[in-house]
Design a protein around this ligand. Structure first.
Ligand code: FBP
Length: 280
C-alpha cells in the first residue's frame, strides 16, 4: 500500500501518492497488467501495420484488447475520440512524435489531461527522452502535466526512453535503470521501460523504480513467440507489474490467440515450458 502523503491539495480532489494505488486498481485488477499499446501510427507510421493489415484498423485493436481480456489500451487522442468504446480502461498518450523527424529527440504534448479525461481516459501517458538536448523541454512539460494529473485525480504513466546525448544503447542495463529512476523522480504513477535482455539486470531497474510499478515495453516483434514469452516471464520474475505491448501482439496474424497465451503467463502464472505445446 502506498503511504498516503498528507498534503492539502488545492482542489481537494486527490492526495499525492494515492495515484499509484489507483493505477493498480484499474490496470492490474488481477495483480498483474497487460496493456495493449497502439500509438504506433504516429510514432512509426502505417508500415508497422503491414505484417497484419487488420491491425491498421483501430476498431480491430479495440476489439482485440477487449477479447484478450487485457487491462488497458493506449491510444492517441484522435483514435480515442473516434474509436474508444469504453470496453477496456484507456490510457491517452499525451505526446508523440513521428520518425520523419530527424532532429534532437523531442516529443511534445498534443492533448491536455483535461481533454484526455473528457475522452474517457483512466490514465495519461507521456514519453520523456532523457539525454536529448530537449530533455529540459519534456521535463518542463511533464511537470505541468503532473500538476493537472493530480488536479484531475488521474494516474500518470511515463514512457521513460533515454535517447540522444550519451545514450548509445537504449536497452543497456544502466540506461534502463536510469530510465526507471528518472520516471520515479519526476512523479510517475507507473512507468514503461525497455527490456534489458535478462531478468537479473531488469530487476535492478525495478529496484531503483522504488514504489512505482514497472511495465516492460514490448519492443519489435520477436522472431518466435517463445522468445517474447520468455522475455515476459523474465520481467515478471524480476518484479515488474506487467507489460505494455504493441507490435509483439498485433503484428502477429494470430494476435488474439497469442494475446490469450500472454494472459496465461501473466495472469495465471503459467510457465513458458508449460505453454510450449501451444506456441509457434
Ligand atoms: O520509440 P520507440 O522505441 O520506437 O518505441 C515507441 C513505441 O514503443 C511503445 O512504447 C511500445 O510499443 P511496442 O510494444 O510495439 O514496442 C509504443 O507505445 C510506442 O509507440
Amino acid at each position: 500500500m502506498t503511504r498516503r502523503v498528507k498534503k492539502i491539495n488545492t482542489s481537494g480532489r486527490c492526495m499525492q501518492g494515492e495515484l499509484v494505488d489507483k493505477f493498480k486498481r484499474i490496470f492490474a485488477r488481477r495483480g498483474r497488467s497487460i496493456i495493449l499499446a497502439y500509438d504506433h501510427g504516429i510514432e512509426h507510421g502505417p508500415s508497422d501495420f503491414l505484417e497484419n493489415p487488420d491491425s491498421a484498423d483501430p476498431a480491430y485493436i479495440v476489439k482485440l484488447a477487449k477479447e484478450a481480456g487485457f487491462d488497458g489500451l493506449v491510444l492517441q487522442r484522435g483514435l480515442a475520440e473516434k474509436y474508444y468504446d469504453g470496453s477496456v480502461p484507456l490510457i491517452v498518450k499525451l505526446n508523440g512524435k513521428t520518425n520523419l523527424y530527424t532532429g534532437e529527440p523531442l516529443s511534445v504534448a498534443n492533448c491536455t489531461v483535461e481533454e484526455a479525461v473528457s475522452l474517457g481516459a483512466s490514465a495519461v501517458g507521456y514519453t520523456i527522452y532523457a539525454g536529448s538536448g530537449y530533455e529540459w523541454k519534456m521535463f518542463e512539460e511533464v511537470a505541468r502535466i503532473k500538476k493537472d494529473a493530480l488536479r484531475f485525480d488521474i494516474p500518470l504513466v511515463i514512457w521513460s526512453y533515454p535517447r540522444g546525448g550519451k545514450v548509445k544503447d537504449e536497452t543497456a542495463p544502466e540506461i534502463v535503470a536510469y530510465a526507471a529512476r528518472i520516471a520515479l523522480e519526476v512523479g510517475a504513477d507507473a512507468m514503461k521501460i525497455k527490456y534489458t535482455g535478462d531478468p537479473k539486470t531488469f530487476s535492478w531497474a525495478v529496484k531503483v523504480a522504488g514504489k512505482v510499478p514497472v511495465l516492460m515495453s514490448g519492443g519489435p516483434k520477436t522472431k518466435t513467440e517463445v522468445e517474447f514469452l520468455k522475455q515476459v516471464e523474465g520481467v515478471i520474475e524480476a518484479g515488474a507489474l506487467g507489460i505494455a505491448v504493441g507490435r509483439n501482439v498485433w503484428q502477429r496474424r494470430d494476435a488474439l490467440k497469442f494475446a490469450q497465451l500472454l494472459g496465461k503467463l501473466v495472469y495465471e502464472g503459467r510457465k513458458v515450458e508449460e505453454l510450449a505445446g501451444e506456441v509457434q
